[in-house]
Write a protein that binds this ligand. Sequence first.
Ligand SMILES: [Zn+2]
Ligand SMILES: [Zn+2]
Ligand SMILES: [Zn+2]
Length: 144
Amino acid sequence: MTGSTPMATPSTDRETTTAPDADPRFEVPLRGIDVDPETRCAHWDDPVDVIALRFGCCEAYYPCDACHDAATDHEAVPWPRERFDESAVLCGVCRTTLTAREYLNAGEDACPVCGAAFNPGCRKHRDRYFEGEGPHDEDGDDDL
Ligand SMILES: [Zn+2]
Ligand SMILES: [Zn+2]
Ligand SMILES: [Zn+2]
């Protein structure tokens, strides 16, 4: 059973896309493996896994870092701190993009716009998605 969708969009295309192209179902550039209409993916498909995160390296959204690695051939770079006021998180339920700051400051693990529950586990590895402020000294970028 699916919940009520505000827009009556027929969701017939739940096919597996193999090509790592941007997904036409989303307004933002989004890629991943077995992405469903609410941005769950092959790796994270619990009811609460409904966000996609933007990466600093290629500026596209991915449901998770494993999707990033599968869809690209470069190392994932977390969203940079100096761009925390730019959209970097997509709520797959209402399709609203949140800035990194809005997401990180939301307090609760839920979409501030539609109230959809987000996976609280994401916080545990938020350093994969958002550049940390901490004592992590990063002088010079390590280009490999
Ligand atoms: Zn990338
Ligand atoms: Zn994934
Ligand atoms: Zn939402």
